[in-house]
Design a protein around this ligand. Structure first.
Ligand code: SF4
Length: 362
């Protein structure tokens, strides 16, 4: 398919096929890319206008029971100083989210399935709800959990869950994870969340060793087939103290391909929320803004103390590790204003896709 045919199809707003998604991801010329991002941004404007939804990110703990081959805080990395925020520190972060008019916050951390952790998260959800008068949207990103745990956390008041598939090709997934992590279980967890009231997010790493354009097309199709409401995806960034990072020490991150994935997701899935991730900002100072201009509509500023942030290194070179929240916000708000976007103060910013899929079932 040549680019003239592709753009005629994109401008017609007709549903996209796998070969058209592939053609999008294979675009290279500067003019074609500018045109692609403009079309994706126009679709984003139709869904949420010029608004950017903020989620205050709290990295609860870098203690993880898993050993994913790409992740800097994997259980087997003995160089990491492990931490766990106190419950009071988490509540202070919730106060900060409210004061900063973020509308929503995300509790993220390494995966643990022990009763003490499950109880603690439930207490935190109830505490945040009570303390903030239910004013904050609450997202969890705490790995694979049992249906019972998901139900308890939902009943306590969390309503969004991010669980990245990382790679929708089962063979690639298996290369990224030890044998005790099952692709089928990950998918089952995502489907459980989606069918039990949660606004459900997933995502992938882009530009992994061994990943093909066809894999990325399959990722986009996976998002649609599993009726995903929120997408969080970004370039694979390596960490030397991981098996994957050690095997590919000079791996170049796929910045442009990541922007093309955001644009393709916006044009293909239309009304989902898409995050412009810290990984983009890590590669280029204006990476988050370029993500927004390619069709993303969510940013997750880190609310945690900078001493903890330094220990939550999923990959190396993570942006804004030393900056305080005020410095981060100043540069973020300036960057957003520069591209003509505006924050959506105090709005939860729920994904429209969630409401359309729920109403289509009723
Ligand atoms: S990717 Fe998540 S589950 Fe895997 S090691 Fe890192 S924190 Fe743990």
């Amino acid at each position: 398919m040549d680019s003239a045919e592709l753009f005629a199809k994109l401008e017609s707003s007709a549903p996209l096929s796998g070969s058209e998604l592939s053609a999008i991801l294979n675009l290279t010329g500067a003019d074609d890319l500018t045109r692609l991002y403009a079309l994706a941004y126009a679709q984003k404007l139709r869904v949420t206008g010029r608004k950017v939804f903020f989620r205050g990110l709290v990295e609860l703990s870098n203690i993880c029971a898993r050993n994913c081959f790409y992740c800097g805080i994997r259980r087997g990395n003995s160089k990491v100083r492990r931490y766990r925020m106190t419950e009071d520190e988490v509540y202070s972060a919730a106060d900060m989210a409210l004061k900063s008019h973020f509308g929503s916050m995300v509790l993220q951390g390494g995966e643990r399935n022990d009763p003490e952790f499950i109880d603690c998260v439930e207490r935190l959800i109830l505490g945040i709800r009570q303390r903030t008068g239910n004013q904050l949207g609450l997202t969890l990103s705490l790995g694979e959990q049992s249906p019972e745990t998901c139900d308890r956390w939902f009943a306590a008041g969390a309503h969004r869950y991010l669980l990245r598939i990382e790679a929708s090709n089962p063979a690639l997934f298996r290369k990224l994870h030890p044998a005790d992590q099952s692709f089928e279980n990950r998918v089952a967890c995502i489907d459980y969340l989606s069918s039990h009231g949660w606004q459900t997010g997933t995502g992938v790493m882009i530009g992994l060793p061994g990943q093909t354009i066809d894999d990325l097309v399959s990722d986009l199709i996976f998002f649609r087939e599993h009726n995903i409401d929120m997408i969080g995806m970004g370039p694979y960034l390596s960490h030397a103290d991981t098996p994957l990072g050690a095997a590919y020490p000079h791996w170049t991150p796929a910045f442009e391909l990541s922007l093309k994935m955001i644009a393709a997701a916006r044009l293909y899935l239309r009304d989902v929320n898409i995050a412009s991730t810290t990984a983009l900002h890590t590669i280029r100072p204006d990476g988050r803004e370029l993500g927004l201009l390619a069709g993303a509509n969510v940013i997750m500023p880190n609310l945690g103390d900078s001493s903890y942030r330094k220990e939550y290194n999923l990959y190396e070179g993570k942006a804004s590790l030393d900056d305080g929240i005020d410095d981060c916000m100043t540069s973020l708000l300036e960057g957003i204003a520069k591209i003509g976007e505006e924050p959506a103060p105090d709005e939860w910013g729920d994904p429209k896709h969630f409401f359309s899929r729920v109403s289509s079932k009723s």
